[in-house]
Design a protein around this ligand. Structure first.
Ligand SMILES: CSC[C@H]1O[C@H](OP(=O)(O)O)[C@H](O)[C@@H]1O
Length: 380
């Protein structure tokens, strides 16, 4: 049985959000995560003392977002090792918790590899556990640095694409500090524009059904004092038609070798709208999101999530009657189609911003360079 308990967090500073942290209380090491299903109403921490607890947190989206999933996966392996649980069992369960974001498998692999290398070298379980934790901490730190560098490259790209004036940026889902070791991916670029006085308006897609935009991006934008406006996903088209969108910035969960981008469902329609209205469509993602082992978009596994997330309002968690514990918005028993992601073909992507720079267009030599950068990062 997964061992986790929840506790309220003292109200955090306006701009500091700690989505995850390793802690070592007297009773033994724990992984503390901010339960994102409770936001924005409550800041509640989940204290995980074993991998099954973390798997539950990942599956429920208490812990979510590609880069953070990678960090969490690595810490989850380290937690299993530190607590003397079966590392292989923990690694397999964590890697299988969600299929689309490649970062999760990358993080699990890094900590697992470090564990076995140290065990082979020293024969000492404690040293092996320390090596797994060091690998997780390194990934955490590297992601924070990648976030900082992507923000710089992304801001420079916006200045190049949109010379002068304030930027009206539309974003989808949530790509801020809640999904990162730093300030996020696409939202990190938005924050850099805000801090540079170049953000005129942030248009925030609510992002049905789990409302990552309404609940989480609005939460982060408000804490930074941004000028932001929430909209239903369906309203985005009329904003483009009114000429109110200067650029679209989104994250990614997996970028295939052909440059196809898997991201939160609803991203592909934005790419089509952006192309039709001649608006730059920019993907911001660390190189750990590029998966050369997946040849093309059709090969990316798209997570199919429970139908009750569509037929009920399940977040923020509210104690009412629905089968999934949410407020029914459709007749009980309604079947629902609930893919968590969709795939945008490379020809609709204006640019991909990584920590090593901008790739544009996402074809030919530029794509080859992206793949080469990914190999360097992945191979270490
Ligand atoms: C690229 S990190 C943020 C990423 O995560 C979201 O998915 P989920 O909330 O289901 O983890 C969405 O795809 C965002 O782009």
């Amino acid at each position: 049985m997964a061992d986790q308990y929840a506790r309220s967090r003292e109200h955090s500073e306006p701009t500091e959000i700690s989505a995850i942290r390793w802690d070592e209380p007297p009773e033994g090491p724990v992984l503390v995560v901010l339960d994102q299903t409770r936001l924005p109403a409550e800041e509640v921490e989940l204290v995980c003392t074993d991998a099954p607890a973390l798997v539950e947190a990942i599956r429920s989206l208490a812990v979510r977002g590609a880069p953070l999933l990678g960090i969490a996966g690595a810490y989850g392996v380290a937690l299993a090792a530190a607590r003397g649980f079966d590392v292989e069992e923990a690694a397999a369960a964590l890697a299988a918790a969600r299929p689309t974001a490649v970062n999760l498998a990358v993080g699990v692999h890094r900590a697992r590899t470090a564990y076995h290398a140290a065990l082979a070298e020293t024969g000492d379980q404690d040293k092996a556990a320390e090596a797994a934790l060091a690998a997780a901490r390194t990934l955490h730190r590297q992601d924070a640095e990648a976030s900082r560098r992507m923000a710089g490259h992304g801001l420079a790209l916006l200045e190049e694409l949109l010379p002068g004036g304030g930027h009206r940026i539309l974003t989808h889902c949530n790509t801020g500090a809640l999904i990162s070791g730093g300030q996020g991916t696409a939202f990190g670029v938005v924050l850099a524009a805000h801090r540079a006085g170049r953000l005129r308006r942030l248009w925030v897609d609510e992002t049905r059904p789990m409302l990552q935009g309404a609940r989480l991006t609005a939460y982060e934008a408000a804490r930074h004092g941004m000028a932001y406006t929430l909209l239903t996903d369906d309203a985005a088209g009329s904003l483009f038609a009114a000429g109110e969108v200067d650029a679209v910035l989104v994250g990614a969960d997996r970028i295939a070798a052909d440059g196809s981008v898997a991201n939160k469902v609803g991203t592909y329609p934005l790419a089509v709208l952006a192309r039709y209205h001649h608006v730059p469509f920019v993907v911001v993602a660390p190189l750990t999101t590029v998966d050369l082992g997946t040849p093309d978009g059709a090969s990316i596994e798209i997570e199919q999530r429970p139908g009750h997330e569509v037929t009920e309002i399940t977040v923020p968690q509210v104690p009412v009657a629905g089968l999934g514990g949410g407020t029914p918005v459709a007749p009980l028993g309604t079947q629902a189609y609930n893919p968590a992601f969709d795939v945008t073909p490379p020809e609709l992507v204006t640019a991909i911003v990584t920590e090593e720079g901008v790739v544009s267009p996402v074809t030919g030599e530029a794509l080859d360079e992206l793949c080469a950068r990914s190999r360097r990062v992945t191979m270490g």
